[in-house]
Each structure stands twice: as structure tokens, then as C-alpha cells.
Design a protein around this ligand. Structure first.
Ligand SMILES: NC(=O)c1ccc[n+]([C@@H]2O[C@H](COP(=O)([O-])OP(=O)(O)OC[C@H]3O[C@@H](n4cnc5c(N)ncnc54)[C@H](OP(=O)(O)O)[C@@H]3O)[C@@H](O)[C@H]2O)c1
Length: 250
């Protein structure tokens, strides 16, 4: 067994963060669950210096809900600057951040612009890092279905899709954080690739939702124009094991 580590999870109360915290605690590592409701604020810097003291790694899975490009770039940029500065001052060995596959290619989408700002800030910080870019989570399918719904029907972009379960994302983040910094990017995706339409139809069907689902080449990804492989890895990637069917059964 590898030596026990101290790991700070920024956003440790969220969907991915709470799973990361549980995996680390189950393996007996020392974990700091960091979020604003725990008095630790990556955006303002409150409580960061103390939280990262003595830490081996920081995993940033923080998030805000916004559609405003300026708010998003400020949140992800300032938070990453504050985190990497505090980590450098404390001698933390590894900063791991969760981003999204092809964030740079989709930066016309305000959220992706925020994630790109986050990636660029981390990469320029001088702090040893690994960026893990995941595809959309199975847990995000409900929000996607609703976002692409109008007049009782669901119309999605006509592109490939390869979603991943949050449990697979959390497990990969823990493994990456306990390893050596890559000072680069790793892509992470689910085990199955099919059309966006196929996944949404399966999801809607499994929920007993009668809405018809179709694909339309004119539909974009929240403001970003897309091509067939915009949301899937195009090079090497880590493949999660949990299929949508398995996830739907849990
Ligand atoms: N949804 C997808 O399909 C998808 C795909 C790939 C990557 N991602 C990325 O996955 C990451 C995690 O997403 P998630 O769904 O797990 O997020 P989430 O459930 O919304 O959780 C967000 C976490 O961030 C914390 N937080 C917010 N503001 C903070 C601040 N100023 N300082 C410290 N903590 C703060 C929240 O806690 P408090 O409210 O207590 O602060 C919460 O713990 C995001 O960065 C997202 O971009 C998502």
C-alpha cells in the first residue's frame, strides 16, 4: 500500500468531491473537505493557507452555477490563482483539477470559457499539476435532457457522445492525485461511444419519459458550434468501466 497522504478536496461537498472524499477516507488518507460551507473559499482565498499546510495534493472539483462568461472566468481563474499560490507557498506536491474534454475547442460556450481559463491559469502557475478532462457525467443527462427540451420534445446536437459515471471520475482523480504530476492533460471518458441522441433516448426511456428524442445538425452545445467529435476524446484517454445501463440500475 502506498504511503498515507494528506489531500485537500476543493469542492469536497459536491457530486464528485464527496465521492473523492469517501474514496480517500476509505483508504485511510488524511482528507480536508474544503468548500465555502466549511469556511474554505477558493475564490476569495479564505482559509486556503491553513487548509493546504502539510498537504501532498489538492484536488479541485469546485463549481458554480452560472451562464455568465465573466462570472465563470473570474471564478475559475481567481480560484485557480489563489489555490496554486497557496500550494506553492506550502510546498504542496501536486495540483489536480477536473476539466472537460475539448474545453478549448468549445470556448464559445461561456462555461467552457471558464474551464479553459481554469486550465490555462493552472498550467501557467508554476505549481506541478495534472488536468483531468472528463466527458459529460451520466449524472448530467437529466440536466442535458431538460436543456434541450422544448414543446414536449428533445432535440440534441447530431454528434458523438461518450458519458462517464461520477464514480469512475472520482476513482481516476484519486489515482491521479496520488501519482506524480503530469504537468499536462489526461482525457477521461465512459466505456461506450454512440450518438448523443442514442444516450438521451436511452435515458429518457429508462425514466419512463415519453418525450420523443431526435438529432439536429443545427443544434449547438450551449452556444458553441460542434462537429461529430466535439464532446469525445480524439487521442489517448482513460476509459471508465460503468456503462449507462449499469448506472441506470443503481
Ligand atoms: N457535469 C459534467 O458533466 C462535467 C463533466 C466534466 C467535468 N465537470 C467538472 O466537474 C467539476 C465538479 O462538478 P460537480 O458536479 O461535482 O460540482 P457540484 O456538485 O456543483 O459541487 C461544487 C462544489 O464546489 C464547492 N464550491 C463552490 N464555490 C466554492 C468556492 N468559492 N470555494 C470552495 N468550494 C466551492 C461547493 O460547495 P459550497 O457550496 O459549500 O461552496 C461544492 O462542494 C466541475 O468543475 C465541472 O466543471 C463536469
Amino acid at each position: 500500500m502506498s504511503k498515507l497522504k494528506k489531500v485537500v478536496v476543493i469542492g469536497g461537498t459536491g457530486l464528485i468531491g464527496s465521492k473523492v472524499v469517501k474514496l480517500l477516507e476509505d483508504a485511510n488518507h488524511e482528507v480536508v473537505v474544503a468548500s465555502t460551507r466549511k469556511g474554505i473559499n477558493a475564490f476569495t482565498g479564505e482559509g486556503l493557507a491553513q487548509a493546504v499546510t502539510g498537504a501532498d495534493a489538492v484536488i479541485d472539483v469546485s463549481n458554480i452555477m452560472s451562464f455568465d462568461k465573466q462570472a465563470l472566468t473570474e471564478f475559475f481563474g481567481n480560484s485557480s490563482r489563489n489555490l496554486t499560490s497557496a500550494e506553492k507557498a506550502a510546498g504542496v506536491r501536486h495540483h489536480v483539477v477536473l476539466s472537460i474534454v475539448n474545453a478549448d475547442g468549445l470556448a464559445a460556450n461561456p462555461y467552457m470559457a471558464g474551464k479553459l481559463e481554469q486550465e490555462e491559469t493552472v498550467a501557467a502557475s508554476g505549481q506541478p499539476y495534472t488536468i483531468v478532462r472528463a466527458t459529460q457525467f451520466h449524472e448530467f443527462l437529466e440536466a442535458l435532457t431538460d436543456a434541450y427540451s422544448a414543446d414536449g420534445a428533445v432535440k440534441v446536437p447530431d454528434i458523438d457522445f461518450q458519458p462517464i459515471a461520477a464514480d469512475d471520475v472520482a476513482a481516476t482523480l484519486v489515482e491521479v492525485a496520488l501519482g506524480a504530476p503530469k504537468n499536462g492533460t489526461i482525457d477521461l471518458s465512459g466505456p461506450e461511444r454512440a450518438s448523443f441522441e442514442t444516450f438521451i433516448r436511452t435515458y429518457v426511456g429508462a425514466k419512463g419519459d415519453g418525450r420523443p428524442v431526435s438529432a439536429d445538425a443545427g443544434v449547438n452545445y450551449f452556444g458553441a458550434p460542434v462537429v461529430t467529435r466535439s464532446l469525445v476524446p480524439t487521442g489517448n484517454y482513460i476509459k471508465g468501466g460503468i456503462t449507462l445501463a449499469q448506472w441506470l440500475e443503481t
